[in-house]
Design a protein around this ligand. Structure first.
Ligand code: SAM
Length: 371
């Protein structure tokens, strides 16, 4: 009998298999009866959203509509009008998000950063977007990303004239979403990895005209984000801390750069510490009265709620900084027809992948710095 030849090229214990074992053990307990459906969704093809680039020619929205997609952020089902700003739409909640006993007065409409538009194919429709084409100036019309990763940016609620820090920014999907608000006075974009920062620059070059990201408006750095609190504290109106994590979907599907490789065990075990340090630096960098959003793309409680709890405790005890966790219920109620949110989260919100809405996992938690 001829022995299978693949042994030399295929690892004995593929990292993807180790990830699945780990998730079955941990998420089976954490999510209980929800885990089988989340598991099969994460092993299936993910669904993308098209983040509209306001710096490209406006025809892009028509192009996306022609493909059969709709903006999930400001869709106005009652009038069928084209998407508008948050202010225009604050009068008109999509009727589909209200239960029969609810009225508009019963629901608190969250403040949403205007101008962010993200198109999706309908629930259950697994069509793929065509790759974005450059307009006559060479600017790409949309950026494909996990639509749930727009939620941390929406939760940040950037307003006119704000200064914003994006602490772990590469490859730049959320940076691009932040810039779509057209409201930021000064944006600090950082990522510890020099090569990934270079990739982020290439993304910005393809989507944002150079004159709009001059040094005085957009500063790109490659510092260790953990040190940011020592460099520039009490400064920013808004801080996004989108930390490195076990990137659960990637870990299940790709051997390349997989954090479940045996050789990376220590790095993986240290993630919650790194995440806590990054969140603490983000809290320090925010001004009193400012807001911080912490986000990950893992289901892990240890990397999500536990990190937030630990950082809030340490901020108070070791830095004398009081932060309050904000209720994101109004935001999730608004988008509950688009995403499946985990039903019982202690702190923050978690988008659970589902076969008919295969986004996430994305965890987000918003903190308000009081002092
Ligand atoms: N926000 C990005 C986006 O939306 O495209 C994704 C960020 S990714 C989840 C996490 C990033 O954190 C990686 O690019 C990684 O290089 C960066 N990172 C890891 N350790 C860091 C540190 N100590 N300081 C700053 N960035 C770090």
């Amino acid at each position: 009998r001829v022995k299978a030849k693949w042994a030399a090229t295929r690892p004995k214990f593929p990292a993807t298999g180790l990830a699945l074992q780990n998730f079955d053990m941990n998420y089976g307990t954490q999510l209980g009866e929800l885990w089988p459906s989340v598991r099969v969704s994460m092993l299936s093809e993910q669904k993308y959203g098209a983040l509209v680039n306001n710096f490209a020619a406006p025809e892009v929205m028509r192009d996306l509509e022609m493909q059969g997609a709709r903006d999930f952020v400001y869709i106005d089902v009652s009038s069928g009008e084209e998407s508008g700003t948050a202010q225009e739409h604050s009068q008109g909640l999509p009727s589909s998000v209200l239960t029969s006993s609810e009225t508009l007065e019963d629901t608190v409409r969250p403040a949403l950063s205007p101008n962010i538009k993200c198109f999706l194919f309908p629930r259950g429709d697994i069509s793929r977007f065509r790759p974005a084409r450059p307009d006559s100036c060479g600017t790409l019309g949309y950026y494909l990303l996990d639509a749930a990763s727009v939620l941390p940016v929406l939760a940040l609620d950037v307003q006119e004239g704000h200064t914003v820090l994006d602490l772990c920014a590469a490859p730049g999907g959320k940076t691009l979403a932040l810039l779509q608000t057209l409201a930021i006075r000064r944006l600090a974009v950082n990522d510890a990895s020099v090569s990934r920062t270079a990739r982020l620059r290439r993304v910005l070059q393809s989507y944002v005209p150079k004159e709009l990201w001059t040094e005085d408006r957009v500063r790109i750095t490659s510092f260790d984000g953990r040190k940011w609190g020592e460099l520039e504290r009490d400064t920013f109106d808004r801080v996004l801390v989108d930390v490195p994590c076990t990137t659960d979907r990637h870990s299940l599907l790709e051997e390349d750069n997989n954090i479940f490789k045996r050789i990376r065990t220590k790095e993986r075990q240290k993630l919650p510490l790194l995440q806590t340090q990054l969140l603490l630096a983000g809290i320090q960098a925010a001004r009193p009265g400012g807001d911080v959003v912490y986000s990950t793309c893992t289901l892990s409680q240890l990397q999500n709620e536990c990190v937030v709890e630990h950082a809030v405790h340490l901020a108070q005890e070791e830095m004398g900084i009081t932060v309050h966790v904000q209720d994101l219920g109004p935001l999730t109620r608004l988008f509950r027809d688009t995403f499946r949110f985990a039903p019982s989260i202690r702190l923050g919100e978690l988008v659970l992948p589902h076969l008919t809405a295969n986004f996430g996992p994305i965890y987000l938690c918003k903190l308000h710095r009081v002092s």
